[in-house]
Design a protein around this ligand. Structure first.
Ligand code: ADP
Length: 540
């Protein structure tokens, strides 16, 4: 559809096309002369033979300048110029009237009135004409460049506005979701706090405010450190400051005053949080009232201290009379056996008293060792199994050579004292539980598993254990044999299981009655990641 204004030049013009010059004259000869004069300018020269012709050319493309003959039949130059000016598309194209030298001043004034920018008199001077036209061509080129720049700017501006609107939308959603989460935090039973990126606490949830019995505004004015116990304040503030500086998560326990004035033990866990663009936004944290846990820990500590004192009493005060009983029995036996009036029964009774006191002493010793195992801290170090096993065997000062250590010597993670005790108990049992007349033989074999565990077998040629007792024998005082045949306290294997457990390992047995026993101990290899599931089915 074409209106009187024609299509929009910006929409139809080709940015790469050359500048156009429209020359309008009813005389073919004049057109040829003009074409000749202008051909060197590097422009597209379009000729029109009348005003109407010129108007149709103007619909086809854009021009840098129009050279318009004043005198033309039907529609003269002035009328044509008026119509050109009326059209939006051609309104701004400069028009130069071309007329004969005889035209008067009035004519020239009329030309300017309809929008001419210049006048050229015939006969034409090529140089003057070309330099004038060049000016308009340059203006045209500059105009086009400006239009293209402004088009580019408009596009960029539109994209920018779109981006700003998008960001504003995201910010609004974010603000809403923050409000939503803060409202959610208000419902949390735990105490929640949040800081800004400068470390200033800007939010405490309702539970916090209910705990301290203060308003949000009061609490924001340094409420947290004001509520701290004076003995904990310095340490807590330093810990918080350090965590904030390094932007590392932190956990700390301290006493905080509740609204009723009572100091409660609080576990405070803080974490840095970030904005959507990844920039640091501050810290957020939650606090838990751990007073009951701290109380029970304190009670346990007190109970442990009491037990410690009790153990000390047991080991010193209870064992001392036992040792003196055994000592006096020994003196009696040495001094009186063979003397007059001392018969066989006397000797047997004294021997029994001596043995019973020794048994009781061993029992107390083992029980003490067992209870200490639950309390004492266990330091773990890498231990090479081969040398440790040999050391244990040699410290047992055995007659003959009943124990053999075979296999590789991998390094496990364990506690040297505990591990020595474990193997000493297992070897001792292996040598003890043999049928009378049979020479005991114990073989210790270490295997390296694929899954990061090291398994050590302690195998004997003894009486064996029926499968239904395999678990039971690891409990305290569980003994399967008469003390008269196989002396013992029934605590050795309980110590083994607890010690191995404290080192993060496992223990078990493979055995049948009358076919010897194979006890095993598994510990993690030093420096190896352990696969806990691969241990399914074993006993600790
Ligand atoms: P103790 O050796 O002092 O009796 P333990 O706790 O070491 O106590 O062992 C518990 C019981 O397990 C033993 O009384 C015995 O019946 C059985 N037992 C332990 N080791 C072996 C073994 N190598 N062969 C056969 N039975 C064993």
């Amino acid at each position: 559809m074409t209106s009187i204004n024609g299509p929009d030049p910006a929409a139809t013009s080709d940015k790469s096309e050359r500048a156009g010059i429209l020359i309008v004259d009813d005389q073919e000869g004049n057109l040829r002369v003009l074409e000749g004069l202008l051909e060197d300018l590097g422009a597209d020269i379009v000729s029109a033979h009348s005003g109407t012709d010129a108007l149709s050319r103007l619909l086809e493309r854009d021009f840098a300048v129009i050279l318009l003959d004043v005198r033309m039949p039907i529609m003269d130059g002035f009328e044509t110029a008026e119509l050109i000016r009326k059209r939006r598309r051609s309104r701004h194209i400069p028009i130069i009237f071309v007329t004969a030298i005889s035209d008067d001043v009035e004519q020239i004034a009329k030309g300017y009135a309809v929008g001419a920018v210049d006048y050229i008199m015939k006969p034409l001077n090529g140089d003057i004409l070309r330099s004038k036209i060049r000016v308009f061509m340059e203006l045209y080129q500059k105009g086009r460049e400006l239009a293209s720049k402004s088009e580019e700017l408009t596009l960029k501006n539109t994209a920018l506005e779109k981006e700003i609107r998008k960001r504003e939308r995201v910010e609004r959603i974010l603000a809403k979701s923050r409000d939503f989460y803060l409202a959610l935090f208000d419902e949390f039973p735990t105490l929640v706090w949040r800081t800004d990126e400068d470390g200033k606490i800007t939010y405490f949830n309702r539970s916090w405010l209910a705990f301290v019995g203060r308003t949000l505004e009061q609490e924001k004015q340094g409420g947290w450190d004001q509520g701290l116990h004076s003995e904990d304040r310095e340490k807590c503030v330093a810990r918080y400051d350090a965590a904030f500086q390094s932007r590392e998560p932190f956990e700390m326990e301290y006493r905080h005053r509740r609204k009723d004035g009572e100091y409660r033990w609080i576990l405070n866990c803080g974490r840095p949080y970030r904005n959507l663009d990844g920039s640091f936004a501050g810290f957020i944290g939650s606090c838990y009232d751990i007073t009951p846990r701290r109380k029970s820990e304190e009670e346990t500590r007190a109970a442990n201290a009491e037990l410690e004192a009790f153990s000390y009493t047991v080991s010193h005060d209870l064992r001392a009379p036992l040792r003196s009983m055994a000592g006096f029995c020994q003196i009696l036996l040495e001094d009186y056996v063979g003397k007059q009036g001392i018969d066989r029964d006397w000797q047997e009774y004294v021997e029994r008293i001596s043995q019973a006191s020794k048994q009781m002493d061993a029992l107390i010793r083992d029980l003490l060792a067992f209870s200490r195992l639950a309390r004492d801290k266990v330091d773990m170090t890498p231990i090479e199994t081969g040398p440790l096993l040999k050391e244990v065997v040699s410290s047992m000062r055995l007659d003959g050579n009943p124990v053999t250590v075979v296999g590789p010597s991998p390094v496990v993670m364990g506690n040297r004292v505990l591990l020595s005790q474990v193997f000493s108990n297992l070897i001792g049992n292996g040598l003890k539980f043999v049928t009378e007349g049979n020479e005991p033989k114990v073989v210790i074999r270490t295997e390296e598993g694929q899954d990061g565990w090291i398994r050590t077998w302690v195998e004997d040629n003894g009486i064996g254990i029926a499968p239904e007792y395999h678990d039971k024998i690891f409990q305290v005082f569980e003994r399967l044999n008469e003390a008269s045949t196989y002396p013992g306290t029934g605590i050795g294997l309980a110590i083994v299981r607890r010690a191995v457990g404290r080192m993060g390992g496992r223990v078990g047995v493979v055995s049948e009655e009358g076919k010897g026993s194979r006890f095993w101990v598994e510990l993690p290899r030093a420096g190896a990641p352990v696969h806990p599931l691969s241990q399914a089915g074993s006993t600790t």
